[in-house]
Design a protein around this ligand. Structure first.
Ligand SMILES: [Zn+2]
Ligand SMILES: [Zn+2]
Length: 310
């Protein structure tokens, strides 16, 4: 097996690019794929400050390293969501990498940001645990990006995440979600620009990069994760990809390029878009957004509890 570029010994196979690479050229290949997405979707430039949420999983750790080595100005943020081994391990991995590379990292406990524990949020919200965690983190990154003077908020969603999401949205014809699925969401009133620079890289390629260049990451899944459907979709797409390399790229990018613009034109979105009277973020609710309303419910219940308890 020879490297496509230098004909030296290859260590990684990338069938969908019909190529094998040596470590050096594999790195170049991945960096090129990220740079290509950043440029073609005008995500950010070297002048911008990028807020990157890092969980400690392979995707965010690899993207962190890639952006760092490409010379972008990255402010990384880690939110330790709740108590438990997995969360402590994740924080340790993130801190270690920041120390080794001298990177700018800010670590927050969930309570520091919201003023209540994740357990309370879970008790007072009807959302499933993963979706609640995701919603709260997105809200937090938006708020932190503004506070930390960042121009754009990046997440490490990869090609497998995005194609699985697209497949789910297509199978259920989730038109609202389809209209919003994109590598870039431009800034709006109260909302920082959001980007996904890793959408051209697969799960497998992320893992190969992390292993090859000794990027530490937490390998296990979050103990609360119940993404069974997503795993099932990913599995189906992997089987398709094995038979027909390039399927995922075609499925996702053809949608983004050719289908999505027409969805936008036809869009008469359901419901009015409002802005939260407290935090200013975009919301479909009247008055306060989901997160601010949740915070109020938790506060009121705690106050009631105190009044009842002797
Ligand atoms: Zn090579
Ligand atoms: Zn709010």
């Amino acid at each position: 097996m020879k490297c496509k570029v230098c004909k030296g010994a290859a260590v990684v196979q990338v069938p969908r690019h019909n190529a094998n690479f040596c470590p050096l050229h594999y790195k170049e290949h991945i960096h090129y794929q990220v740079e290509r997405v950043i440029k073609s979707y005008r995500m950010f430039s070297k002048k911008d400050r990028i807020l990157l949420g890092v969980s400690g999983g392979k995707d965010s750790m690899v993207l962190w390293n890639v952006l760092r080595e490409l010379g972008y100005s990255v402010q990384t943020v880690h939110i330790n969501v709740r108590q438990g081994d997995y969360f402590e391990k994740s924080e340790a991995v993130v801190r270690k990498f920041a120390e080794e590379t001298g990177a700018d990292l800010k670590v927050y406990r969930f309570r520091d940001i919201f003023g209540f524990e994740f357990e309370s949020a879970l008790k007072f919200s009807r959302k499933p645990v993963c979706s609640l965690c995701g919603t709260l983190k997105r809200h937090a990154f938006n708020r932190l990006a503004k506070g930390l003077n960042c121009d754009v908020c990046a997440t490490a969603h990869n090609l497998d995440d995005e194609t699985a999401l697209l497949l789910g949205n297509v199978l259920h014809w989730q038109m609202g979600y389809l209209r919003r699925q994109s590598p870039v969401l431009e800034a709006e009133t109260g909302m920082v620009k959001k980007v996904k620079p890793a959408v051209r890289i697969t799960d497998r390629e992320m893992k190969d990069y992390a292993d090859l260049f000794s990027i530490g990451y937490v390998d296990e899944k979050c103990p609360y994760s119940r993404g069974a459907t997503t795993h099932f979709y990913k599995d189906i797409l992997n089987r398709l990809e094995d038979q027909y390399p390039g399927t995922k790229t075609y499925f996702y990018f053809k949608f983004i390029k050719d289908l999505k613009p027409s969805l936008k034109e036809a869009s008469e979105d359901t419901g009015d878009v409002n802005h939260c009277v407290r935090c200013g973020c975009k919301t479909l609710q009247d008055g306060k957004c989901f997160v601010c309303a949740l915070a109020d419910r938790i506060k009121m219940s705690a106050a009631g509890q105190e009044a009842v308890d002797p």
